[in-house]
Design a protein around this ligand. Structure first.
Ligand code: 13P
Ligand code: ZN
Length: 283
């Protein structure tokens, strides 16, 4: 089977293109990875290159030893993924220690996986463990409104979760566990990956201050839908703040408790604080 005919490759390309069209991927901004299922690898293995050299991942992910990933290339534009997938994407295989990778397909004009590979793989390793292997997608996007909020809101999980929840009644239903926040850090290495993956133990979305978001999910639809819901809530908040930041009414802590009961979800009381002088999460 041709790699580009695989359903997971087509879904990957369509999702990347949706992100591009929503304006989240200026230039080479953002990256996407999918942990390929065994039967999907088997169906395309005869197309793989057998002579690729091994490269260090830059992080150790023993929980992913021997796994294959479809990953966007570093420096590649989301704009071009649909136009030229073979040049923009690649399939990598991890070694038996989870310390090195080699390119088995793609990056046709030369290239390597995203510079955020350590963060992608550290997140995949955590999510594979905590979701019993269900989560397969890690998506990083430069969503404009979330980035804007990271300049004006206190950078705590509590404040971001609560402010985003308040902006649309669906939000606590879509991400009842909340969102994590990583303060500004140098991207493209292991350190930011470690901080992000710690938060991925309990959240499916982690905001990188002044940079973007990472989302994790089971399917392309769920992962994209999570990113889209968070960014939409952020856009509403930016509009509300732009109108003078005087909310005449809002969704209250008690409303959230009622919502949790109605939708059979658990919302941590940590996010349902009474607003006042004290900034939650800074103690
Ligand atoms: P890459 O082109 O290496 O994927 O980097 C883009 C990016 O968003 C870095 O955070
Ligand atoms: Zn980025």
């Amino acid at each position: 089977m041709r790699v580009l005919e695989s359903r997971f490759v087509q879904d990957f390309i369509n999702m990347a293109d949706d992100g591009w069209r929503l304006g989240w991927h200026e230039r080479n901004g953002g990256n996407l990875s999918y942990r390929i299922k065994e039967h999907e690898v088997a169906a395309i293995a005869d197309r793989f290159n057998d002579h690729a050299e091994w490269h260090p991942i830059g992080a150790s992910v023993p929980g992913l030893a021997g796994e294959y990933f479809l990953v966007t290339g570093t420096g590649k534009y989301f704009r071009n993924i649909k136009v030229d997938p073979e040049a923009s994407l690649g399939i990598i295989e991890l070694d038996e220690k989870g310390e090195n990778y080699r390119v088995r397909w793609g990056y046709a004009e030369g290239g390597l996986p995203t510079s955020e590979l350590p963060t992608h793989l550290l997140n995949h390793e955590v999510k594979k463990r905590v979701t019993d292997g269900k989560h397969r997608i890690i998506y990083h996007a430069h969503c404009t409104n979330v980035i804007a909020l990271s300049f004006v809101l206190p950078l705590t999980d509590e404040v971001f979760t609560r402010e985003l929840w308040e902006m649309a009644t669906e939000c606590p239903v879509v991400f009842p566990e909340g969102v994590g926040v990583v303060p500004w850090m140098v991207p493209g290495g292991r350190a930011i990956g470690v901080e992000t993956s710690k938060l991925m133990e309990k959240y499916n979305a982690v905001i990188w201050a002044m940079h973007g978001i990472f989302c994790s999910g089971e399917t392309f639809d769920l992962t994209f839908g999570l990113m889209h819901t968070i960014e939409k809530a952020a856009e509403i908040l930016v509009k509300v703040m732009s109108m003078g930041h005087r909310k005449a009414q809002t969704i209250t802590p008690q409303n959230f408790r009622d919502l949790a009961e109605g939708f059979h979800i658990t919302l941590d009381e940590r996010f349902l604080y009474e607003k006042g002088e004290h900034i939650p999460g800074t103690e």
